[in-house]
Design a protein around this ligand. Structure first.
Ligand SMILES: [Mg+2]
Length: 314
């Protein structure tokens, strides 16, 4: 492990800026194709439309909720009450697109993080939707100098709406991967998380990542489930050699919950390759709740990383 010099390098800042903008780019690219299966001859572009008639370049609930998380990281570490309040503000804005689990929890009208997590813990039936993983990307930005803190916060923020061990582990694994990618430019953090995790975690996820690396989307078709969402994103990233536009296009071509799988992949591949790898015409088009653009995502990123720019080691 190489110590990182005090503060972030230019390359690390480029990669940090790729986290939220990469999430938004995947989200907005996939928005127009949600719940469809594009054929091989169909061009994939920032077209908007889809089930909720998005504008070209408009992001959806994935990025809107990631922004709520990011706002809650601007006062030091993770302010769970601020994140919960941000979720409620977003929910009361009447967003067109909202996941089933998230809707059930937020419609309870709870106040504060503890009440929200209690409401999530009372849900029964299927609790492993991809809705907490889709918004986890910014967590890493607040914990570039604190691996254990990153793991704890990713789990706690997942628990706010998704009381589910696999959703929690997925958020932790992805956040550690994003943190490592910002620091080093490498994708190895995902597997390193599993190397250090309890057997109950690593024995579950490691074979699933293996399948993602060698398989095809037909092997993980239910990507509204957090497990198949991870596999779709990991398949796209590894198949594309972490080329950012190609990764996001592959997520869309995999079909089904396209905005979310592309948002999930976009957070990690953006952290790996940086904002400079995102096509400028995509960045220019990006916008969404709450009246924000890519410039706002960058400003928020700077605010978070500048709070804790101390010595960071992977
Ligand atoms: Mg969405």
């Amino acid at each position: 492990m190489t110590p990182i010099e005090r503060g972030l390098t230019e390359a690390q800042r480029d990669r940090a800026a790729g986290v939220l903008v990469g999430t938004a780019a995947g989200d907005a690219l996939g928005a127009g194709y949600e719940f469809t299966y594009p054929t091989a001859d169909m061009p994939i572009f920032m077209k908007g439309g889809g089930a909720f008639n998005w504008a070209p370049g408009e992001w959806t609930d994935d990025t809107s909720m990631a922004l709520c998380v990011a706002e809650g990281l601007t006062r030091g570490r993770a302010d769970l009450d601020a994140i919960a309040a941000g979720f409620m503000r977003w929910y009361r804005s009447n967003p067109p697109d909202i996941g089933n689990q998230t809707r059930t929890v937020l419609s309870a009208g709870t106040v504060g993080a503890a009440q929200m997590a209690d409401a999530a813990a009372r849900l029964t039936g299927r609790t492993g939707g991809n809705g907490s993983l889709m918004r986890t990307a910014p967590v890493a930005l607040a914990f570039l100098d604190d691996l254990e803190g990153c793991i704890d916060a990713a789990g706690s923020i997942s628990d706010l709406t998704h009381f589910d061990v696999r959703a929690r582990e997925a958020c932790q694994m992805w956040s550690v991967g994003i943190r490592y990618a910002v620091l080093t430019g490498s994708l190895d953090g995902v597997r390193l998380f599993l190397d250090a995790a309890p057997a109950s975690t690593s024995d579950y996820w490691s074979p699933l990542l293996d399948i993602a690396e060698t398989g095809s989307p037909a092997d993980f078709p239910n990507n509204g489930w957090v497990v198949h969402a991870v596999q779709t994103a990991w398949w796209a990233i590894t198949t594309a050699g972490a080329d950012l536009p190609q990764t996001l296009e592959l997520c869309v071509r995999a079909g089904n919950d396209t905005d979310t799988t592309a948002a999930i992949a976009g957070g990690l591949v953006g952290a790996t390759r940086g904002i400079s790898s995102i096509p400028a015409d995509w960045v220019d088009l990006l916008h969404g709740y709450p009246g924000a653009t890519a410039a706002d995502l960058r400003a928020l990123t700077d605010k978070i990383v500048n709070i804790n720019p101390k010595e960071a080691t992977p």
